[in-house]
Ligand binder design. Structure first.
Ligand code: FES
Length: 101
């Protein structure tokens, strides 16, 4: 079991919103899709766009740079370009959102 780090409170992350945190030297984007909280690499696998600034619809985020789309639940790319992303375990502990590395 890895380290667990609090990254935000539930009240700080409305539906469709995201935040970026740096953990273990990696930029991680944390999203509230409305039906859950998900953490993926913030760096788009196409050309490095900031996914935390992308549009979220359901469990899909669209990269703001060229429109690659990713499934927040799996990190899988849904467009013909880009590659699958790293995902991280989110742990909900009361009102706290935590990431397990
Ligand atoms: S950098 Fe994300 S789609 Fe190109």
């Amino acid at each position: 079991m890895g380290d667990i780090t609090r990254v935000a409170g539930k009240g700080e992350l409305g539906i469709g919103q995201s935040i970026v945190v740096e953990l273990g030297g990696q930029k991680i984007a944390v999203f509230n899709s409305g039906d859950g909280y998900y953490a993926i690499s913030d760096t788009c696998t196409h050309r490095g766009g900031p996914l935390s600034e992308g549009h979220v619809e359901g469990a899909v985020v669209t990269c703001p740079w060229h429109g690659a789309r990713f499934d927040l639940r799996t990190g899988n790319v849904l467009t013909p370009f880009g590659k699958d992303l790293s995902t991280y375990n989110v742990v909900i502990d009361g009102d706290d959102i935590k990431i397990q590395m």
